[in-house]
Design a binder for this molecule. Sequence first.
Ligand code: ZN
Length: 504
Amino acid sequence: MNQYYTRLLPYLERNQAYQTALALLSWDAETLAPPAASDYTAKSIGILSEEAYHILTGDEVQTLLKKLDTKKKQETLTVSERAVVRLLQKEFEKLSCIPAKEYREFSELCANAQSVYCRAKQNASFEDFAPTLEQLIAYKRRFASYRAKKQDNLYDILLNDYEEGFTTKVLDDFFIRLRDTVVPLIKKVVSQKDSIPKEYNSRRFPIEQQRSFCRFLSGYLGFDFNRGVIAESEHPFTTSFHNHDVRITNHFYENNLESGIFSVIHETGHALYEMGVDDTITGTPAGSAISMGMHESQSRFYENMIGRSREFWEPLFPKLKETYPDTLSDVSLEDFISGINKAEPGPIRVEADELTYPLHILIRYELEKEIFNGTCNVSELPNLWNRKYEEYLGITPKSSAEGILQDIHWSMADFGYFPSYAIGSAVAAQIYNYMEQQIPLADYLKSGNMVPIREYLRDNIHKYGAVYPTNELLKKMTGEEFNPDYYIRYLTEKYTALYHELRS
Ligand code: ZN
């Protein structure tokens, strides 16, 4: 092994230890920690973040990265080692331009901002969150400007942190196509909205039964309980410390059968990605998913392409009916399949169906662009939000809690993150299209055999962790880079068919 690379390893291990501690604190904050803990935990998070910052930006790491930054030295590294160096270099450049004190203050602010946000959301008062939001934006603006070269757009710098190469230019084209496809489709579907009855979904489904069915479902998809746990939180999410400790959460509503089911399928999709990373890169910067968009492609592949298909439910539906024998006695597999695919505009992103979902992302993207281009003030955001919901989805949120305050991301300073949700859906459609030609997907689903599907994804995506950038990975797998055509076609065909079926 290259001697400079060997000398980097202890720093990587120390960094991993701090990152694990930080991830564990935020997992705890979302699942079990009492509300009064948050201010004190924020302080610890500030200190641990500063320590991690020092590990990665210290002189020794800088010297070693420089030594490794020659073509000759790179040739002595394996493909994964080169990826580790590249990712570390990227992180180093991102962090080292920020003064340590500022970084710590920012980390503390983020940890505090989440409780401020939660209270503001409870009171449906955007004004309560606005001053904190302004501070967060100011920090992100400043941090981006430290890295900006002359002509750089600040929002592009933030976008690049989540999905390399997906600039506003690329995303503008993508979102315009999406908007022009989806908005007219929604109008058609809305005009037929009463044709799909799904009253069954809001009957009473005791939480204990939901919990046990969803756990079964996660295991059915391949969740490894030896390397993962499932807990509950306000909003379902996945966190991974490394590929031997992957955690997901779910949330159950007694009067909503679908919510828990599709959340657990979604989060299991995320978990399978992390669990499938190869052991040779565990604990290194390459030992986790390459990007948020790629991550989301895996969760959406399972949630939508697999989880909403008739083939998937053929072997599973009897088990679902057994779980609720009286409640679902009059519901057929056909009713259920139509119900889980029904599209209906609503104000909440996480409850959105497959068709209306990308418009929620488009709206957040347009707002973030305005924020970082300096074309709108924080105080104007709620009105702008409501106008866009009216324009694209034909609805007006009743309050800021179900409007602009619905999602936690901004309180975590995750600006530039949202587009990954739409990128992920498009990548999922691209992968699905390709996989259908490679393996008998439908047959596996009908026979309840999820193993070959999971193995295929592991061999082509999961095991590589962050070794290859998104476009390189997609090209390696499907023969082409990101191509939204498949997603546009998928949505058009699926919902046009649904619309025609409804008319006949
Ligand atoms: Zn997700």
